[in-house]
Design a protein around this ligand. Sequence first.
Ligand SMILES: Cc1cc2nc3c(=O)[nH]c(=O)nc-3n(C[C@H](O)[C@H](O)[C@H](O)COP(=O)(O)OP(=O)(O)OC[C@H]3O[C@@H](n4cnc5c(N)ncnc54)[C@H](O)[C@@H]3O)c2cc1C
Length: 648
Amino acid sequence: MPKPRVIYWFRTDLRLHDSPALKAALDLKPEVLYPIWCWDSHYVYRSRVGVNRWQFLIDCMNDVSQSISKINKKSQLYVLREPAVTLLPKLFKAWEITHLVFEKDTDAYGRDRDATVIESAKEAGVEVIFRSGRTLWDSDEVAKANGGKPTMNIKQLQTAGEKVGEIEPPIETPKSFPDPGELKLDFDQTQPEPTPDMNEKYRQNDEGSYNGGISGPKNDFHPPTLEELGLKPATTPHRGGESVILERLNSILSDEQYTGTFEKPKTSPAAFEPQSTFLTSPYLHFGALSCRYFYHRVEEIVEKRRKAKKPVSEPPTSLHGQLLFRDMYFAAQAVLGWSFGQTYNNSHCRFIPWHLPSKVDVSTKLVTGDYEVDDEEKEKQFKRWAEGRTGFPWIDAIMRQLRQEGWIHHLARHSVACFLTRGGCYISWERGAEVFEELLIDHEAACNIGNWQWLSCTAFFAQFYRCYSPVAFGKKWDDNGDYIRKYVPELKDLPKKFIFEPHKAPIQDQKKAGVVVKGDGSQEKEGDVAMYPKPMLDFNEARDVCLQGMKQAYHVGLYGNSPKVLDGSWKQLFDDSGEGPTEGEQGGPGGMLSFEEADGTEEDGHHPATPQKSKGGAVPGSPKSTRGRKREHSQGTLDGAFTKSAKK
Ligand SMILES: Cc1cc2nc3c(=O)[nH]c(=O)nc-3n(C[C@H](O)[C@H](O)[C@H](O)COP(=O)(O)OP(=O)(O)OC[C@H]3O[C@@H](n4cnc5c(N)ncnc54)[C@H](O)[C@@H]3O)c2cc1C
């Protein structure tokens, strides 16, 4: 019997330690094993991915490639510049593949892609093996154990997890790696369609990562560079890679007291260099760190402390608890699929008539990636929020840290998400989630969407009267304003008493500090003097308006899949004077009278806690028509058109 010829397809698992799927591939005792990555145009063009996350991904790819080469110098990570759906059928033939192995991906896009790939493997007579390894438990199994329903709180997750069984112990890093076979590419490269390109605004040059053929311009199968992607250099200080995080984890975990007594709400959102939490999320996202390995390392420490009768923290606030939240969102997404990422047609997301609602293609029931500007003032507020020039230094510092570094603390995420939605602007959580999707290096569809729903009190959490003040909450953690001084440098010399509310500083104090508080943030300087904007809204007034709006929406009690939301008659249940685009009787899913036009179809058709010592101290819619087109951001469906064909 000939030995298996295996493709190991890296996707969500850029690591060698604790990889159940990689183990399954190695257990086949292959004659040849090709470790590959398919450079997917879905992420290049159709997902919102900022330069910092590209850098992090490329770091992780290079790192795992080097680790493979260390074990077998004849091998590496082979990056192939074509999406899997068109590439793999050709590779099966060219490399005479018998088995395709990969880690299970329960994201809506991943599932669609994998279904297509599995079908083509079946046609080619290739056996497909996949294993869960991205979460503590297989998310589909958790969902099954939860009665086929999404896990909407931590108790449900814990109960379902217990039914699924023990969290598997980590698997050893392989000590040997089979050789790859011949890297024959005797077929044409199918070049993906480059438009629409959601990341166009970041590119200083044309995107060119597919220009050099399947194996790249140097024919060395290396990941594309940022230059090839037409991008400017990254600005994040955080670098990716399995070896980076394993080394850092060893160092952090050596502080057993910190690990064993970690309680999330008591970590500071204002801590930097170092931050107050583990900063493992981007590594978990790219699979450079196994969550099961992380969990068990923490569990060992907690157990040791328990035995020694030393204090330990418990879920949900402990470190374990944080990983449980991650699994909870993954399992919820596994059930709801595409609808998890939007309000419309989402059975578990409350319908609130937010400003700037998403446009929906009612024929697919999916959001288009575009949104309605129901109120120009709200559009301005949204842009100011996204760019960190709201006039609230705490909010602006967070949004600027996010833009610059791609990672912000959990409570910082709470502050800005609450402010944008139910605790300030009354703007759709979907707008905020899109900005995070673009800027976070740890963007994880399940966690980002789930947490935005939590913070906007549309799902998972309902205590909308608990609201973060953009002044008082920040002060609690950053009394001296050091965090603000770092990320909003034009305010760095303001006296402490004005640092959270610079518009209250007398002109003399402003002058002395070298800043003038004026305007809307569109102008950086007045003469030689730095400018900082005035607050874009009266927070107390805005919070009251939001509270009234939320009360009314909760009273009406619609969900994303309520018939009145689906058919646009929901407006009949809201006062015309209600907050949001509530005027009239009938409106689109986005809440607009332009329902018909927007869709191209007929209408019938956690709260703040006490500080503890920290460790170590088309944002606007595309001008192009979105009529009837498929949803095109990262929750989007498979890229349809692969038109151009060129020789490799
Ligand atoms: C609006 C909003 C958006 C978010 N978007 C994302 C996202 O895109 N990707 C993402 O990984 N997390 C997201 N989070 C959750 C959380 O803020 C981050 O996981 C956490 O801040 C990452 O920092 P850390 O690794 O230092 O976390 P730690 O506190 O050290 O926790 C360890 C790990 O637990 C997991 N975790 C912790 N808190 C959560 C949580 N609330 N939900 C899910 N997992 C959690 C993360 O994987 C994290 O790395 C979001 C939170 C909010 C409020």
